[in-house]
Design a protein around this ligand. Structure first.
Ligand code: HEC
Length: 245
């Protein structure tokens, strides 16, 4: 817990330096941390499409399954692909140095990424890959220029093309990519892909703060307790005043 807190504090640092932010407006992720069906779909997408490169080394399978309502045996059977024990952390076997060579940057751990970047950024990022032949993997990203990550969800979304705008910058006219247009060649419709991106974002947000789900439940209990206490105090007061009159 303490470890997570310290990591959390460090994770905040880059977000301060990135305060300048991307030049395009972010899309609204509109996530719901209480929507277990969405979190379960997000977890499934993560295990299938992301874990190959990104770890969540501060999060355990077991805890995850329990929090989002997946029975342990089903989780073990359908969401753990490398034979890991259900009590282990969500890790992969990728070599960081190799990965850095392949992608130009090592894929970062994603346990706290939703805190660092914010959920709107992640949602927008997942929807902002576009075709760019000048890049090693043939893709680029509107909110993460020259990104090292390939468009791993291309089979689902298809390969969007860039929408550009001419803008003035330091006295020059430059062409900027301000958005993307889907080509419809993926397995998913636009709405289905939006939902997938939202579910993944929701899952990453949950992992970033599992304690929040717990503290909300605790908060409700505390409020319930206070309400009962208030009623008791009120009745007691009436009881006393009866004697006074
Ligand atoms: C083939 C390897 C690979 C896969 C699979 C992959 N990524 Fe990445 N990802 C990367 C690399 C490499 C980077 C670092 C990019 C850079 O710094 O240029 C990255 C960066 C990111 C970032 C930005 C992190 C930051 O704050 O800088 C996010 C968010 C992310 N990935 C999410 C995902 C999600 C969600 C999935 C699954 C849908 C996924 N990635 C699948 C390789 C991968």
């Amino acid at each position: 817990m303490m470890k997570k807190l310290i990591i959390g504090l460090f994770a905040l640092l880059p977000s301060l330096t990135m305060a300048a932010g991307p030049s395009v407006p972010l899309m609204d992720a509109n996530i719901d941390l209480k929507d277990n069906a969405s979190l379960q779909r997000g977890a499934k997408l993560f295990m299938n499409y992301c874990l190959g490169c990104h770890q969540m080394q501060y999060q355990r399978y077991e805890r995850t399954f329990r929090d989002i309502g997946i029975p342990t045996e089903i989780g073990q059977e359908q969401l753990i692909f490398d034979g890991s024990k259900v009590g282990s952390h969500i890790k992969n076997a990728i070599d960081k140095d190799d990965a850095a060579k392949w992608f130009g940057a090592a894929p970062p751990d994603l346990t706290l990424v939703a805190r660092v970047r914010g959920t709107d950024w992640i949602y927008t990022y997942l929807k902002s890959f576009y075709k760019d032949e000048s890049r090693p993997f043939g893709v680029n990203n509107v909110v993460f220029p020259s990104v090292g990550m390939p468009h791993v969800l291309q089979e689902l979304q298809g390969l969007p093309t860039p929408i550009t705008e001419e803008v003035e910058e330091h006295g020059h006219t430059v062409t900027k990519v301000v958005g993307v247009e889907t080509d419809g060649s993926g397995e998913m419709s636009v709405d289905e892909y939006d939902r997938a991106a939202r579910d993944l974002t929701n899952f990453l947000a949950y992992v970033g703060e599992p304690s929040r789900l717990e503290s909300e439940a605790l908060g409700l209990k505390v409020i319930g307790f206070l309400v009962i206490l208030f009623i008791l105090a009120f009745m007691l007061k009436k009881e006393y005043w009866r004697d006074v009159h």
